[in-house]
Design a binder for this molecule. Sequence first.
Ligand code: FES
Ligand SMILES: [Fe+2]
Length: 323
Amino acid sequence: MINNQWYAILSSHKLKRGKVVGVRRFGENLVIFRTDNGQIGCVNSLCAHRKASLAKGCIQDDHVKCPFHGIEYDVSGKCVYVPSEGRASTQDYTRFRMKNYPTKEIGGIIFVWYGDKEPEGEPDVFDVITDSSYAYDHIEDTWNVDYSRVIENQLDVSHLAFVHHNTIGRGNKKVCNGPKVVWLDDNTMQTSANNEIDKGQTPKSSEAAEIKSTNLTFKFPNMWLNHVTDKLLIFAYFVPVDDEHAIIALRFYNKFTGIKFIDKAISWLGSRANKIVERQDKRIVETQIPKKTAIAIGECLVAADLPIMEYRGKRDRLQKSGK
Ligand code: FES
Ligand SMILES: [Fe+2]
């Protein structure tokens, strides 16, 4: 993990008002809850009292209530009521304070701040997730690898002709020009597949290669956008569950007709296609060892792996800086 970052961790549609959801994130069991007035809280799942899981709890008076002895916590993780002590209690319950993760909700995604510092600014998001001119459909799947493997697969331009030979990688384009990698800002890198049929040519260097209008952009720590055309964008975020599990959330955005229900139907169909491609990737990536990546893990990388190297390098610098 990279500390002190906003991570996209849950789709808003999974957290209705008045609901408590138990999830595993960052190798820790958490509960995320939405109070009746719409506030979102995220705390460690184990109740401070006798460690029952709040995942089996419910919302009461804008607090999450433990199912065991009814202790209540507010969205900041502060204990606000211990039933056995009575409503009139004036005791200090500071020792009950739960480990809490600050939350933000943007574009139908819940973000949490993971780190030891106070949150810095807002999550850095792609504009499309808040652009209401697009319709989208959302799917997700769990992979048995660390989220870094899932991210790197989405930055891998040389697997297309093999893993996806009968879908998005049709055409036998095995030779990879570049790829070029550009940093759009400190947090955002862009690349693009620029592959060709092997006719005996030498691939272009990264410098000579270009970013095409169909391109891939990655935002640290865990979001990715495939800009296919201005009207069709495939967006993903990669949820860290633990060192051996991640969730890939994939959204198909489009505004082909500008008529919401038709665009929504197109996105639904697009998600079916996304699912086929995603399963092709999953089948192979789940075989990679180690399940979590780092700068030096004994791989023999090639020029086409430049986006992966850039990702690893930046992640390593962020991890070392404690950010
Ligand atoms: S374990 Fe939660 S109230 Fe007792
Ligand atoms: Fe793929």
